[in-house]
Design a protein around this ligand. Structure first.
Ligand code: NAD
Ligand code: TYD
Length: 334
């Protein structure tokens, strides 16, 4: 099978490429990535040079690039996106260009080809904040921020290509992922790396917002399962079945690292901050998904990875990230 993975130099995409190449040595993966601020070829240096892996630098919103990359592939898995909610609040331009228009370009190129599967990686955030029962796949969208709104838009367009053009689109809605190679602007790697540097952990609001944490290797196994067994036209939630308040996760990180709780600093809340995400993951479980990792041990493994790979995140934190951090957190502390 020949697979086009977009956004493969990012966090989940790079873990997924590694997963596919080690489980299916006869598959070929092309990774199309623009290498934005969070795309990093270091994430894949162990697979670089393999004969069944190719990297193409390019933009999913560029039709010429996309048409070329898509020639002769059997499946597309679209991970490429602008992904950080806080950045979408500062400016949504790139989110609309990549998440909406980029997805549209991929669908247009895929529609004229015989394709076995087109997987659109969406998010549990499309349902918005859920105070009661877990959201099921058919529940209404209620996105709260520009990131989740563009992801919702992208998957609606993708679904319309299934209905109108018979493109075998499948939507996946994973909950919050964590694990190795996650860019340290996101909550868990930010808090681990700040703690390692003995700098404050900026907890938004009262710290009681709830996220459902899914270890990235489990997310990759679920995506693999849907790639092979998912039904075109369907959407699948992928839940970590592991809801925690942010303050609990922050305390666990500090405890594991032997750092004082005083590092936790409550800062001004994120505007439109969703209180709680909660999805019903039973549909993908009926397909055969079985989570392998328990949260405590996965968090421990993740902390160990960041502790061992200091050069990876110090490089990031001394680059573009520095200005972003100053702007973002300067205002919050203010
Ligand atoms: P990430 O931000 O780590 O990586 C995104 C990748 O996309 C980067 O390599 C970047 O260079 C690339 N990219 C961005 N714009 C591009 C463009 N125009 N053309 C080509 N490449 C481009 O993201 P992630 O956390 O790995 O998320 C991957 C996907 O999973 C996204 O679609 C995201 O919405 C979804 N998702 C993520 C999570 C999570 O917790 N990380 C949870 C649910 C869903
Ligand atoms: P984040 O990793 O940005 O993911 P999400 O897309 O779910 O918002 O944030 C996870 C949670 O952590 C969310 O409730 C916001 C919170 N958070 C903080 O408290 N402080 C921070 O510095 C960041 C980045 C996030």
């Amino acid at each position: 099978m020949r697979i086009l993975v977009t956004g493969g130099a990012g966090f989940i995409g790079s873990n997924f490429i590694r997963h596919i190449l080690s489980n299916y040595p006869d598959y070929h993966v092309t990774n199309l990535d623009k290498l934005t601020y969070c795309g990093n070829l270091q994430n894949l240096k162990d697979v670089d040079g393999r004969t069944n892996y190719a990297f193409v630098r390019g933009d999913i919103a560029d039709s010429g690039v996309v048409e070329k990359a898509m020639a002769e592939v059997d499946c597309v898995i679209n991970f490429a996106a602008e992904t950080h909610v806080d950045r979408s609040i500062m400016s949504a331009t790139e989110f609309i260009t990549t998440d909406v228009n980029g997805t549209y370009m991929l669908l247009e190129a895929a529609k004229v080809q015989k394709m076995r599967r087109f997987l659109q990686i969406s998010t549990d955030e499309v349902y918005g904040s859920i105070s009661g029962a877990a959201a099921k796949e058919e529940d209404r969208f209620n996105p709260s921020n520009p990131y989740s709104a563009t992801k919702a838009g992208a998957e609606l367009i993708a679904r319309s290509y299934f209905i109108t053009h018979d493109l075998p689109v499948i939507i996946l809605r994973p909950s919050n992922n964590f694990g190795p190679y996650q860019y340290p602007e996101k909550f868990i790697p930010l808090f681990i790396t700040n703690a390692l540097m003995d700098t404050p952990l900026p907890l938004y609001g009262d710290g009681k917002n709830v996220r459902d944490w899914l270890y990235v290797e489990d997310a990759c196994a679920a995506i693999d399962l849907v790639l092979h067994k998912g039904e075109p036209g369907e959407a699948y939630n992928i839940s970590g079945e592991n809801k925690r308040t942010n303050i609990d996760v922050a305390r666990l990180i500090l405890k594991e690292l032997g750092k004082p709780e005083e590092l936790i600093t409550l800062v001004k809340d994120r505007p439109g901050h969703d209180r709680r995400y909660s999805i019903d993951g039973s549909k993908v479980e009926r397909l055969g998904f079985d989570r392998k990792t328990e949260f405590g041990s996965a968090l421990k493994k993740t902390i160990e990875w960041y502790t061992k790979n200091t050069a990876w995140w110090q490089d990031i934190k001394s680059g573009e990230f520095k200005n972003y951090y100053k702007k973002q957190y300067g205002e919050r502390h203010g």
